[in-house]
Design a protein around this ligand. Structure first.
Ligand code: H2B
Length: 96
């Protein structure tokens, strides 16, 4: 069973994810993405979905036209875990 990161582990991880915001209430990280149009946004979501399914680790997210809002946390751990950090890094690699 995966465990949530402790405070020091979390601080180190967040240093590597400059574009993500920490949501203290959820013990989660969030990032919003804006694309040219819906097709671009949905293509991005498709790529993220493939990662997520392979890793059995899934985002909380929403899409409105060209915008995708993502929140990552680990439900089984009750907070942010290494799986979220890994998924965030893979998401960043798609766009940054
Ligand atoms: N995704 C996220 N974000 N957190 C989880 O705890 C989680 C998941 N658990 N995807 C997985 C699926 C679990 O429910 C299945 C049974 O492996």
């Amino acid at each position: 069973m995966i465990e949530a990161l402790n405070q020091a582990e979390r601080a180190d991880a967040l240093d590597t994810l400059a574009e993500w915001d920490y949501d203290e209430a959820r013990d989660a990280i969030t990032r919003s993405f804006t694309f040219e149009n819906f097709a671009e946004a949905f293509a991005f979501m498709t790529q993220v979905a493939l990662f997520a399914e392979k890793a059995d680790h899934h985002p909380e997210w929403s899409n409105v036209y060209n915008r995708v809002d993502i929140l990552l946390t680990t439900h089984d751990a009750g907070g942010l875990s290494a799986s979220d950090i890994d998924l965030a890094g893979r998401i960043d690699a798609l766009v940054d």
